[in-house]
Ligand binder design. Sequence first.
Ligand SMILES: Nc1ncnc2c1ncn2[C@@H]1O[C@H](COP(=O)(O)OP(=O)(O)O)[C@@H](O)[C@H]1O
Ligand SMILES: [Mg+2]
Length: 246
Amino acid sequence: MLAEQQPLLRTKGLTRRFGGLVAVSDLDLEIRPREILGLIGPNGAGKSTTFNLISGFYKPSAGELFVFGENCTGRSPLAISRLGLVRTFQHGSLMRSMTVGDNILLGTIYGVRGSAQRRARVAETAEMLGLTAYLAEEAGNLPHGLQRLVSIGIAFAARPKLLCLDEPLTGLNQTEVANTLAVLERIRDEFGCSVLLVEHNMKAVMRVCDRIVVLHHGQHLATGTPSEIRADQKVIEAYLGHRHEH
Ligand SMILES: Nc1ncnc2c1ncn2[C@@H]1O[C@H](COP(=O)(O)OP(=O)(O)O)[C@@H](O)[C@H]1O
Ligand SMILES: [Mg+2]
């Protein structure tokens, strides 16, 4: 099979238990090259657990993880990131007292050799994110929305094949959300990178994702395009039972 046709990432029967609780149950999912895949579901559905399983931060209780067809089950986060999977952390991955430029530079450490090449990578990344004017600023002094972009910049500076983002839009205003979504589209369209987007903001997910996977109580509920998911009766019912969520 050609590399472009095979899924970038595939899980087979992925399961994670915490004591008696099955947080993720028998999950089969596929992330394709050059797609933005949304992972949604009510609170406690297993989204973050799935995210942690995929990035190697949790070991599965059962099931397998394949990256480019290679079985990576049980590998360390670092080993998985070297295959081209990079993630951000929900509560920020940036160093507040360092400049924006030095933060983005951190993301080049494993992937780029030579200081001139690293500087060029930082400049290109900052330009892509609209952060060029802030390169010399202390990251902690920036507005929240720009700090979130810096976190994405650190991850994207490694030029991953798959960028995994856990709720990157939380706390952003409308302009910042639109900005971030445009960045995700550029990441896909100009760099051929796939994005796994775990997100609560349904409107944003529907707008930007190529496909969406819905989890409910740790189980796969539906997979489809935004319009398929919007019309899916099982999905509608799962969300109607959780009106307290946005
Ligand atoms: N480290 C953990 N230890 C024990 N239970 C956990 C842990 N992480 C998640 N859980 C439980 O697993 C379920 C799924 O959680 P999570 O994956 O965080 O859901 P989501 O991100 O969709 O809100 C929840 O019931 C949660 O309490
Ligand atoms: Mg979560």
